[in-house]
Design a protein around this ligand. Structure first.
Ligand code: HEC
Length: 240
């Protein structure tokens, strides 16, 4: 059932994004009209001059739930369900494989290929300047370990694409580990933090800010000013 919901979310997001892109409304980009703000330039090719401006519409958690979550589940599912196997007539239901869902749309190994490519493409979306995390912090695009983890997602997605093309379930088992590790490499630092306020914060800063809040010798005022100078989130002041 989780997989069914995820796939539906992806389809809904695609439609919504297409509607936004084609709607002709010219809302100003999140970074402001001046263009000289804090936005970091995108890696790779320069943006084309025409068409809708590249800009974020969702926070990072929403992107994660819409794209890599359902896509990786379709990949993980191949470990126990052969995407090439003949399907039973019924759709969904307990125990049905992700590839059996929406059986008459995109199916079988091609669906696995598309999901693998969606993982690699997710890295493009992750790296768009100006996106925020759910807690309001900017996605830490400037952190080398974050950049490396985003590249890791590209590599894992492309490896999964290759494995899917081989239609070999053993290779899918192996590449499922690669994908899970690519997710974990980033989540361990930037998502699975003691509090949500610590998400999307470089590890060194997480530790420094927490040390500050834990030192009971200091007066609140002293801590508050150190938090300010150190760029720590205000909520971290209240965190246990
Ligand atoms: C480069 C870093 C990075 C990579 C790679 C990455 N994630 Fe995430 N992910 C994050 C961050 C950071 C958050 C928290 C976002 C927020 O709070 O806005 C997150 C949140 C999520 C969430 C939402 C969870 C929640 O608590 O709301 C899901 C689901 C998720 N990721 C799935 C995945 C999967 C599956 C993969 C691998 C296929 C993956 N992510 C790869 C950084 C990453």
């Amino acid at each position: 059932m989780r997989i069914v919901r995820g796939v539906l979310a992806t389809l809904a997001l695609t439609v919504a994004a297409a509607a936004m892109a084609c709607g002709g409304s010219s809302a100003p980009p999140a970074g402001g009209a001046g263009g000289t703000g804090t936005a970091t330039p995108a890696p790779g090719a320069a943006a084309p001059s025409g068409g809708p401006k590249q800009q974020p519409y969702a926070n990072l958690a929403q992107i994660m739930r819409a794209l890599p979550f359902p896509s990786s589940n379709i990949i993980f599912d191949t470990q126990s369900h052969d995407p090439g196997a003949k399907k039973e007539a019924k759709e969904g239901g307990a125990g049905a494989g992700a590839s059996a869902t929406f059986a008459n749309i995109y199916t079988g190994w091609p669906l696995v290929e598309h999901s693998a490519l969606a993982l690699a493409e997710t890295a493009n979306l992750i790296m768009i300047p100006g996106r925020k995390c759910q807690n309001g912090k900017p996605v830490p695009l400037d952190q080398p370990d974050f950049q490396k983890a985003a590249q890791g997602l590209v590599d894992a997605g492309l490896a999964a694409y290759k494995a899917a093309q081989s239609k070999n379930q053993e290779q899918m088992v192996e590449v499922s580990n690669t994908v899970a590790e690519a997710c974990a490499a980033c989540h361990e630092v930037y998502r699975d933090t003691p509090t949500d306020a610590d998400r999307c914060t470089p590890k060194a800063k997480q530790q420094r800010c927490r040390l500050l809040t834990l030192d009971s010798e200091w007066t609140n005022q002293h801590v508050a000013s150190l938090l300010r100078v150190g760029g720590c989130a205000a909520e971290q002041h209240r965190a246990p």
